[in-house]
Each structure stands twice: as structure tokens, then as C-alpha cells.
Design a binder for this molecule. Structure first.
Ligand code: NAP
Length: 273
């Protein structure tokens, strides 16, 4: 879906993690297209990150973008990423800790490693990025000329913060925890004008869930779970994230926005369950 570019994020800097692929790529592109400078975080595939950065920089009204390699589970690497953003762009205004993984097992067969890796990336990674963002917001202070907020944090959750998911207990637990992380940030730092919200995507066509959409049979089965009867595109999330980062959504604080074509309306109950 084409997002009409505008300048609502001009003069601001965003860090988007896992921005070389899928949803993170779309978020970084949308935010950059709206005028912000963007750190394109990646862990593997620097070429893909470079391509996202070039796409953003090519568009005349966009901000600048630079790729930065960082494992979001490593405190020192996350701190180095924020330092790079501050050194290069002056500050950070928008943090989107999007990086996420799945390691699926029935619970009784799940190795501790698979549990831990998912919690490390999906929860600890978001905590580390949110913490560094808040530290930078507090250090820098208000800039009313660019935003009504001191800073914006957009955690990336999932419909599985709400819908239990057999075979994916580690993933569902990590996303359930994101609600409390995000809302606690809202409660703790809202008075200082930090705005924290989550986006909870439904089924979006990215590499993380390829087996759910790559054959017509799989896609038909998936569509049965979606009242709007189509899989989501990464740009469905990107355009919403850019809006959520802007002052147009200034009174939205502590909310999870479900972007799921209606998946959380439980279509399985359409005919009496
Ligand atoms: P994706 O295309 O697989 O992207 C995941 C990104 O996270 C990749 O760029 C990956 O980098 C990065 N990443 C993984 N581990 C990392 C680490 N330790 N440090 C830094 N980056 C790391 O999947 P996606 O669908 O766009 O997922 C993005 C977010 O959306 C995730 O939080 C996911 O849970 C959430 N989500 C997705 C869906 C969906 O249907 N697609 C639905 C709900 C929620 P590499 O490729 O280099 O490993």
C-alpha cells in the first residue's frame, strides 16, 4: 500500500531494530519517508540493511538513514547503537524495538535454550532499547519545535499478547509481557512526556511466518482466521507506526493497537462457535 509522504517527523531521529526485514523494514521506511533520520538495525544481512537505508535516503523529502549492526540481547551493543545515533544525528526521539524471533516447540519438549532465546530477543531486547531511549530522552529534554512529547516508544507485540498459542508458549509469553513493559513505561514516564504504545500485528506476510502463507492451501487456512479475509502486508504496520510516532497521535499513551484484519474478534465463533 502506498503511503503518501509528509514531513510530520522532520528533525527527529528513530531507531528501528530488526529493520532489514519484514515489519521492521516497513516501519523504518515509513518513518524515514515522513522525514525522520533512521538507524536501520540489523544482525545478519548488511546488504539488506544498506538497501533499506538507500531507499530512505533516495527519496528527496526523507531523512537520512544509516545501517547499524547490533544484537539487541547484548547490553553493550545496544548502548553502542544509541551512542552512534546521538553522535551522528544529535539525539533519539523515536524507538521501535521490533526485532523478534520464534523457536516453536510443544511445551513439554521445549529446550530451555529455545525458551531463553525468545525471551532474550523479544522481551529483554525491547527492555534494553526502551531503557536506552528513555535515558536519552531525559538527558536531552523537551524540544517543542519537533514534538509535543519528550520521546516515543513503540513496542512491537502481537495478537498473541491476547490469543494463547499452542506450540509457541515462549513467544506468547514474551508478547504478553510486552503489555506490562509498555504500560509500566507509560505510568512511570508519562508525567515526563514520554509516550509508550504497542502495535500488535496479526498475520503479516514476512519471513517469520512463511509456512503460513507460501502455499495457496496454507493461505486459505490462514484467511479463515481473519475476518477481513486477507493477510497483512508489512506496509499496513509501517504506516500506522509512522502515525503513532507523530504528534497526530499525541493523546494515545499506554495503548496496544491491534492491526490484524479483525483476527482478535475470534472469527471461529461466527456460527455459534
Ligand atoms: P522477520 O522478517 O523475521 O524480522 C525479524 C527481524 O528481527 C529480522 O530483521 C531479524 O534479523 C531481527 N532480529 C532477530 N534477532 C535479532 C537480534 N538478536 N538482534 C537484532 N535483530 C534481531 O519477522 P517480522 O514478521 O518482520 O517480525 C518483526 C516483529 O513483528 C517481531 O517482533 C515479531 O514478533 C512481530 N510480529 C510479526 C507478525 C507477523 O505475522 N509477521 C505478527 C505479530 C508480531 P535477521 O533476519 O538478521 O535475523
Amino acid at each position: 500500500m502506498y503511503q503518501k509522504p509528509n514531513k510530520r517527523l522532520t528533525g527527529q531521529t528513530a531507531i528501528v531494530t530488526g529493520a532489514n526485514s519484514g515489519i521492521g523494514k516497513a516501519i523504518a521506511t515509513s518513518i524515514g519517508r515522513d522525514g525522520a533520520n533512521v538507524i536501520i538495525n540489523y544482525i545478519t544481512d548488511p546488504e539488506a540493511a544498506e538497501e533499506v537505508a538507500n531507499d530512505i535516503c533516495d527519496d528527496k523529502i526523507c531523512g537520512q538513514a544509516i545501517p547499524f549492526k547490533c544484537d539487541v540481547t547484548k547490553e553493550d551493543e545496544v548502548q553502542a547503537m544509541f551512542k552512534k545515533a546521538v553522535d551522528h544525528f544529535g539525539t533519539v526521539d523515536i524507538v521501535v524495538p521490533n526485532a523478534g524471533i520464534q523457536k516453536d516447540y510443544p511445551l513439554h519438549e521445549m529446550p530451555l535454550d529455545a525458551w531463553q532465546q525468545v525471551i532474550d530477543v523479544n522481551l529483554t531486547g525491547q527492555f534494553l532499547c526502551a531503557r536506552e531511549g528513555i535515558r536519552e530522552f531525559l538527558r536531552r529534554g523537551m524540544r517543542p519545535e519537533v514534538s509535543a512529547a519528550l520521546g516515543k516508544i513503540i513496542t512491537i507485540s502481537s495478537v498473541h499478547e491476547k490469543i494463547p498459542w499452542a506450540g509457541h508458549a515462549n513467544y506468547a509469553a514474551s508478547k504478553g509481557a510486552i503489555v506490562m513493559l509498555m504500560q509500566t513505561i507509560t505510568q512511570e514516564y508519562g508525567p515526563m512526556k514520554v509516550r509508550a504504545n504497542s502495535i500488535a500485528p496479526g498475520a503479516i506476510k514476512t519471513p517469520i511466518n512463511r509456512e503460513a502463507w507460501e502455499t495457496p492451501e496454507a493461505l486459505n487456512k490462514l484467511n479463515e482466521l481473519i475476518p477481513y479475509n486477507r493477510i497483512g502486508e508489512p506496509s499496513d504496520i509501517g504506516s500506522a507506526a509512522a502515525w503513532l510516532a507523530s504528534d497526530e497521535s499525541d493523546y494515545i499513551n499506554g495503548s496496544t493497537i491491534f492491526i490484524d484484519g479483525g483476527m482478535t474478534c475470534y472469527p471461529g465463533f461466527t456460527e455459534n462457535g
